[in-house]
Structures are given as C-alpha cells and as structure tokens.
Design a protein around this ligand. Sequence first.
Ligand code: IPM
Ligand code: MN
Length: 407
Amino acid sequence: MPTKKPPQRALTESNGTMTALKDGAQPSAAARVRRSGSEKLTITILPGDGIGPEVCNEAVRVLRSLGTFHNTEFHFQEKLIGGAAIRATGNPLPEDTLRACLESDAVLLGAVGAPEFDHLPGPQKPEAGLLAIRTALGGFANLRPAVSFRSTADCSPLRRSIVEGADIMFVRELLGGLYFAQPRGFSEDDASAFNTMRYSTEEIERVAIVAFDLARTRRKKVTSVDKANVLETSQLWRRTVNEVGRAYPDVKLDHVYVDACAMHLVTAPTRFDVVLTENLFGDILSDEAAAITGSIGMLSSATVGGDVNLYEPVHGSAPDIAGKGIANPLGAITSAAMLLRHSAGMVHEAADLEAAIQQVLENGYRTVDLASASGGKEHVVGTAEMGALVEQAFSAMLERRFAYHAV
Ligand code: IPM
Ligand code: MN
C-alpha cells in the first residue's frame, strides 16, 4: 500500500501570494503552477442559495481528499453571492466576493436564486449576482456535458434504446445575446417590454473556436444551433461558424434550427457530439438535455475563455428541497472534475473522479432524484452520503494511481 502524503494545509487563510496573479495576459493556473513549482491553487467557493451550499460541501470534500495525495495544495476561500449576499450586504455580488474571485485560480459556484427575492427588479435579484460574476470573470464559453451513463440510463423518462451512448458537449455562448445586449427594459407606461438579441462576428468566432477545438478532442463533429430562417443574428452566427469551420477540415460541421434541435435531443440524442449555440438557446437546450441523463442534478458546467474559469452545476437552487440533505451533489462534483481538467491541469485525476462517480452509480447508490426508476434495487442515499461514497471511490483510484507512479 502506498503511504498517503500528510494532509496539506487546505483551507488556510488567504496567503497574500495570489493577489498579483490575475490579468488577461496571465497564463493558465496549471501553467503557472508548473512554472513556479509551488503547486498551490486558490479556489473561491460561492455556495449561494438553496441547495448550493449542500452540493458545494461535497465538491469541496472530494477536492480536499485529492490534496492528501497530490502534490498540490488547494486553498479554499468561501464568499457570498446571490440571495445569501443580499441578506448579508444588500448586494448580490459584494465587492469582496468579486475581488476574491478575480484573484483566484478557479471559482466553484453552487446556485443562486430564492423565492423571497422574486419581487425585486432584475438588477437586484440574486441572479444579477451570477450574471455579474460571469461578466467579470470574462468566460464566454460555457461547457455543459450531458452524458447518459449505462447504470442510470433507466432513470431517463426516455427509452434506454434512445439515450444509451448519448454523450453531448454543449458549448453555450455565455456573455452575449438577449441576456446582455442593450437596449432592454420596460416602456415608460409599463405596457411593453423589450430585449435585444445582438451578436458581433468576434463574439461568435471566439466561442466557435472553443467548440471546434473541443470537437477535435472528441468525435470531431460540431452541430451549430440557430434560428437562421427567422433571425439576422442567427444568419450572422451561421455564416461566421462556417468561416471558422474552414480552419477545421477534419471536423464535420452541420447546422440545425433550434426547434428541430429540441426535438432531436429527445428522439436521437446520440446524433450529437459538440453542440454550439448562443446564450438563451443554450440555456434552454441544456436543461432539456437533463432528460437524457436522468436528472438535472447530474449536469455540470465549466465556463472558460476568460481570466478565471467558473464551475457550476446546472441545476439551480431548488428551494423546494433545500436544507433537506437530499440534493444530488453529482453535478457539483462533476463540475469539480471539470475544474481539475480545465484549471488545474490534472486530466488524469479528473478522469479518475468521473470514473469514481460512475462506479458509485454502478454499485447502485442513488440520490432520490435518480431513485425511482430502477425497480427498487438501488440504495437511496442523501447528499453527504453520496459525496462520501464518491470520495472513497476516488481515493481508492488515486491510491492505485500513486502506487503505480511510486514503483
Ligand atoms: C443557468 C441558469 C442561469 C442562466 C440563471 C440562474 C441566470 O438558468 O445557469 O442555466 O439563465 O444562465
Ligand atoms: Mn438554465
């Protein structure tokens, strides 16, 4: 048996070494780590609202266990966002949170949103904090994998024969379109309201490049989703994606309208590899893709392309089940795996973590959202128990990996 390294000093106080690290020209966290040899990653945790804190706890638990094997010190700092921040400070994205995020190597966010703030105007809602942190961190490409696992294929309301083998990577544009473009608002008499759908060539190009690069690491297919039969922004989108695609002759590109895409996702999800789309279409289609995985609790995301990458499960704050200890933490834990891959340069450990999750599911453990479909043979567990099971499976895999390297 390998000897575990002594636990690193996780959760230490801010150490002052991270402050100068972030500006647009900085190399990735992983590159910095390799160059400096110091192997220290500062991760800001933004638990947020509803089930956000519960699922974040489990993601942190898993990352912390990696620190005991790996020659990397994770430094976690927790900050307020969303409704939790409004309650404490009146602001959904306090200055202190923003600064901490900009100075870290990665940000892991739970969820924002709570019914008690529904009556507030848009800029004061918890969601405004999320949109503001996305803008500040600058990541424009939101990667949302939707994978059907063999062990949970029966959890989908779709037939196993339809979902089995589905493995889709959505690349959702995250900083443009209807979510952000001006003008927007209500008319003076409040009798009408308007939003603007606007995209520049540059905004489309940069996210398309991410999609084509990703496709090269996968099954080499990009499906671009638009509504080019009606919308000018979509016509520009399609033209620009075609132009970017010319530099990737090895990647097959096709285009589908968003309405058709919505149908194909539930009738033939295996036809997709990378799905590239604008902000609102991506928001809608990625929730639809939850049906393929069996539960929205399974979906993770990574937002890349900016100064600091942002990792968040897709599920939202789920106030109806918050505080009950039953939320599925796998979306958050898979987001942590994406963090290992995209911000820490730990691709093998990321793969180990994903394999650990599959193993736990194959052993029959399910949170309640995944439970009812498999004929009662599964063991229903709570949030913390699921996190602990994944941590154990992950640790066992890391032990094997580090034993191998020690030979
Ligand atoms: C998501 C969420 C957010 C979005 C909300 C909470 C602003 O639905 O991440 O998918 O629309 O982007
Ligand atoms: Mn959404």
